[in-house]
Design a protein around this ligand. Sequence first.
Ligand code: SF4
Length: 195
Amino acid sequence: MRPVRFNINPIEAKLENSLMKAELPEGHMGEGFFATSLDKVVGLARKNSIWPLPFATSCCGIEFMATMGSHYDLARFGSERVGFSPRQCDLLMVMGTIAKKMGPVLRQVYLQMAEPRWVIAVGACASSGGIFDTYSVLQGIDQIIPVDVYVPGCPPRPEAIIDGVMQIQKLVHHESLRRRGSDKYKELMNSYGIE
Ligand code: SF4
C-alpha cells in the first residue's frame, strides 16, 4: 500500500498580510474627499485589470500555463481572465515560434483587438526567431506588429513572464490618455501599414 501523508499541522493563512492592494494615485486628500486626475484613475484601473490573449504556438506556451497555475498565479495581478476573443482583450501575449505562414493570422488577431492594446513577445522565438534561423520562421514578431515588452529566455521561466507582465503594467499605468491619438503613435502604426 502506498504511504499517505496528511498535513496534521496546517498553517493558517494570514490574508491581511498577503493580499495585494492597489496603491492610491497621486492626488489631494482631505476630510471626506480625494481628488486626482482622470489619467491616473484610468491608468490605475487598466493596470490592475489587464485581459491577456495568449497566442501560444509552442513550448513557451507551456511556461505560460505554469504562470497561470496556482503556484505563480497571474490572477494576483488582475489578469486571471484569459480570453481568446481579440475584441475583448487588451494584452496580446505571443509565445512560441511564429512561422511566416502564421504571420498574417497573428497580424489579423492584433488588428481585431481594440485600442488601447499592448503586446508582449514571450521568449526568444517570438522576440527574434530564436534558434530557428531558417527561411520559414519569422525572425521576430516586431516585423509585422509593434511590440511593447520582450521577455528573453528559451523558454523564459514563469518569473520572467510575470516580470514582463509587470513591465506592461508600468507602461499601462503611466500611459497618457492622449497617446493613442498622437502623431507619434500614428507614425508608428503607419510604419506597420496599419491605419
Ligand atoms: S523560445 Fe525556446 S522554449 Fe520558447 S518557443 Fe522558442 S524554442 Fe520553444
